[in-house]
Structures are given as structure tokens and as C-alpha cells.
Design a protein around this ligand. Structure first.
Ligand code: AKG
Ligand code: FE2
Length: 275
């Protein structure tokens, strides 16, 4: 796995090698190599995971027979499924209490949401996204860990291949106009995809019911998912060949009545590391 083409401090190379032989957690090794060893993330990735870039398996649920999925800590049900493109609505992903706790935790943290600027790749204010939101590191609390574990089991993608959870709040009139979740501009790809690769899929959990509006819609598919507290919506947009699917174009429709809270997780091709 460790090839000669990477020139790093031999002590660190040995350390990585020893950890891997001992079967240590790869995310931990990867993170320490970058933070402690000052190793370039691409090199650290190749040394830890090998140069074969893992891609998430698509079409995980195309042969799903049961309407119920038993996770390690919860039974989730399947409400809606489109096989191509892969879009699934799950029921009972979170309990009412878990939804309320995540909202409570986030109320004081949310600020106006930003989008990735096409020209600079940096977060920027834009009229197309008027919600408020906050971001969490993976494993920020035991509740975050439980949610991340459930999502990982539901979509068959390792926890470390996900960015931290985002919590979003839309009040009346607020929206997220139709967009792609994957990075589209050369600058944003250069800035955001170097280590963890592209985004491959999105998992949204609705934390509140909304009286009117607030649906997640896919205008190219004519599909609209109404928010329901505790439900999850998963859609994937990268196949095994790495092709991105523009049918995943989607929007958070304006809230008409009530208030919308969701949490979002973006999944990546490879383990995601926050600098
Ligand atoms: O608000 C929604 O329903 C969609 C949110 C969304 O598209 C996103 O956070 O990327
Ligand atoms: Fe989105």
C-alpha cells in the first residue's frame, strides 16, 4: 500500500504502516497524519486508504423487498422509492424527541445560509438560499453520532464518507431555489473535492411538520416530497463510473405556512476531513 512515490518523514511513514498493521481506525490515522505529521491530505489519503479510490455502492435498495429496515437502534420504514434515479423516502428515521432536541440545540446557532460561489468556490450570500443554518462536526454530540450511524446504515456508506450535519431553518417565504448539491464550477471542484472527492448523495431529515409549502422538489423529475417530522429523504447522484446525474436538480420550496426545520448530510466519494 505504501509506495515509494510519496516522500514523507520515514518516522511518520512507519507510524502509519504500524497503525494499519495493528488494525487502527483509518479515519484516526488519516487525521493524525495530516494534523500531527503535517502530511499533505492527498498523500495521507493514499498512504492510509491505498490509491484505489472507494466509491459508494449505488442502487443499494433497488432490490429492497421489506418495507421495514431494522437498524442497530431503530426500525425505519420505506415510504417511497424511485430506482432510477435513486430517491428514497424513509419514515421514522428520528423520534419526535430527537427532532426537538436537534432543533433546540441549533436555535441559537443558526445564521443566514450561504452557497458555494461559482467564481471563487468560497461561501457567499445569495438570494437563491434564504434559510438560516448551522454546521456541526461529525460526532458533535451523541445525538449527532446516532443520526450519522443511522444514515450510514440506511445508505450503506461509511460514516467517515459524510460531511458533518447541517441544520436548516426556513420561516415563511424562505426557500432554497433549485440547485445541484455536487460542485459544478471548476473553482469549487478544485477547492472542495481534492481530498474527499465529489459529493455523491444527500440525506435530508425533516425535523418539523410544515402546514403549507416547504416541499423538496425535483423539477426535472416532477417529484415533490412533503416535509414530515422524523422522515428522511435520500437521493444519490453519482454512479459507479463517477458520472454525476443532473436529474438530482432540486429545491426547497418556499414555506407558505408554519416553520421548516431539516438536517442535511452530504455524502462524499472518500472519507471527509475538516481542516
Ligand atoms: O430544504 C430542502 O428541502 C432542500 C435542502 C437542500 O437542498 C440542501 O440543503 O442542499
Ligand atoms: Fe440541496
Amino acid at each position: 500500500m505504501i509506495t515509494e512515490k510519496y516522500s514523507i518523514d520515514p518516522d511518520w511513514r512507519n507510524w502509519i504502516d504500524t497503525c494499519l498493521k495493528k488494525g487502527c481506525d483509518k479515519t484516526e490515522v488519516f487525521t493524525r497524519a495530516i494534523k500531527g505529521g503535517g502530511i499533505n491530505p492527498d498523500t495521507a489519503f493514499a498512504l492510509t486508504y491505498g490509491e484505489q479510490k472507494p466509491r459508494p455502492k449505488n442502487k443499494v435498495w433497488s432490490n429492497i423487498q421489506s418495507n421495514k429496515i431494522q437498524l442497530s437502534d431503530r426500525e425505519v420504514n420505506v415510504i417511497f422509492q424511485s430506482i432510477d434515479p435513486e430517491i428514497i423516502v424513509f419514515g421514522n428515521v428520528l423520534s419526535d424527541e430527537e427532532c426537538d432536541s436537534l432543533i433546540e440545540l441549533s436555535k441559537q446557532k443558526v445564521i443566514r445560509s450561504l452557497v458555494v460561489g461559482a467564481d471563487t468556490g468560497n461561501p457567499t450570500l445569495h438570494y437563491s438560499r434564504t434559510s438560516e443554518s448551522c454546521s456541526y462536526q461529525r460526532g458533535a454530540t451523541s445525538l449527532h453520532t446516532a443520526i450519522e450511524e443511522r444514515i450510514s446504515q440506511l445508505v450503506n456508506i461509511p460514516v467517515e464518507n459524510g460531511e458533518g450535519l447541517q441544520v436548516l431553518n426556513y420561516r415563511s417565504g424562505q426557500e432554497y431555489k433549485a440547485h445541484y448539491d455536487y460542485f459544478t464550477s471548476p473553482k469549487s471542484i478544485e477547492l472542495h473535492c481534492k481530498t474527499a472527492g465529489q459529493r455523491t448523495g444527500t440525506f435530508i431529515i425533516y425535523l418539523s411538520d410544515v402546514e403549507a409549502g416547504g416541499q423538496t422538489t425535483f423539477p426535472k423529475l416532477g417529484i415533490s416530497v412533503a416535509p414530515k417530522k422524523g422522515n428522511g429523504l435520500f437521493f444519490s447522484y453519482m454512479n459507479e463510473q463517477g458520472d454525476l446525474d443532473d436529474r438530482s436538480f432540486h429545491s426547497g420550496h418556499p414555506v407558505i405556512e408554519g416553520e421548516k426545520w431539516i438536517c442535511t448530510k452530504w455524502l462524499r466519494e472518500r472519507p471527509y476531513f475538516t481542516p
